[in-house]
Design a protein around this ligand. Structure first.
Ligand code: GLV
Length: 300
């Protein structure tokens, strides 16, 4: 059987070598080789129409956690599609999120700016311990548990609330934001979550910090700028953008209350990813249920 890796803009050599080691019976090919024989495709931002050249395609495995780009393709073959859920990605995300919350509490940006000016300022850490995390999946859960260990009061917002530290429904979320210091978005981008972080959500907020590591389209940038101006939002930490790279001169770049990172909060670990893909390929060959199979109705 042949597994084709399609990631034109990313060097997946370490991944392909580890995958070859884990699946010695299979042929591991790198795009653009082997298109006619590939039965499994592992994809990261593949070129438009990639699957039309793969007549034997039976299984698609995303190299990334988000699959909205693949699902946006109306011609995507109706074969099982799995997303990437691997432990190192979740740890990296938890570190990034905890790091951003603590950086805000410890006023690291203000301290660095004050040092540049040789100013001795009051740098006492901020208070504010109430955190709402949108999504309690592989990204949202570990970060929340870590924040809780550091003394934060964490609640998760999800489609259905099944525990008393969970919220569901837009009204409950709006209400929770009246009483929230940090709002963290880890949701997948779907028809239901597109544009969720908009003016209606900020109505009850009083100076919260919003951290977006979901997708750029979750957040309505103009509404964010308005909420920053009104004080409903105190600061925004943005790792994802509707257009990436964020265009030079975009108003988000220079805003004093916005911190930007270039979609680097958590990157798939090639070795962990190889273990996940190898496991799913074995399951598929043995007719066992696949892990992290995407539900196309729900969009993730
Ligand atoms: C990154 O954003 C991913 O989808 O893994």
């Amino acid at each position: 059987m042949s597994i084709l890796i399609i990631a034109p803009d990313r060097d997946l050599t370490a991944f392909s070598q580890r995958l070859a080691g884990l699946l010695p019976q299979q042929r591991i090919l790198l795009w653009p080789e082997g298109q006619r024989e590939a039965e499994v495709a592992v994809v990261w931002q593949p070129p438009v129409g990639w699957h039309q050249k793969l007549p034997r395609l039976r299984l698609i495995h995303s190299y990334g956690a988000g699959v909205e780009g693949l699902l946006a393709d109306p011609q995507l073959p109706d074969v099982p599609l799995c997303r990437m859920v691997e432990p190192a990605l979740a740890v990296a995300m938890a570190r990034y999120l905890v790091g951003q919350v603590l950086a805000d509490q410890l006023r690291l940006t203000e301290l660095a700016a004050a040092q540049c000016q040789h100013q001795w300022i009051d740098g006492s850490p901020r208070g504010g311990r109430r955190v709402v995390i949108l999504g309690r999946g592989a990204m949202g859960e570990p970060a929340g548990l870590l924040l809780r260990q550091l003394g934060f009061e964490v609640r998760w917002w999800r489609t259905v609330a099944t525990a008393n530290d969970e919220l569901a429904g837009i009204e409950a979320l709006q209400l929770a934001l009246a009483d929230c210091d940090y709002l963290i978005n880890t949701l997948p981008l779907t028809a239901a979550t597109d544009g969720l972080l908009n003016v209606a959500l900020w109505q009850q907020a009083h100076g919260l910090v919003v951290i977006n590591v979901g997708r750029g389209r979750h957040l309505v940038a103009d509404d964010l700028l308005t909420a920053l101006a009104s004080g409903q939002i105190r600061r925004a930490v943005l790792d994802v953008f509707e257009q990436e790279p964020l265009p030079v001169g975009h108003p988000l770049w220079a805003h004093p209350q916005i911190s930007i990172s270039p979609h680097c909060s958590a990157l798939t670990d090639p070795l962990g990813a190889a273990a996940v893909v190898a496991d799913n390929v074995r399951r598929w060959q043995q007719g066992l249920p696949l892990c992290h199979l995407v539900d196309r109705q729900h969009g993730y």
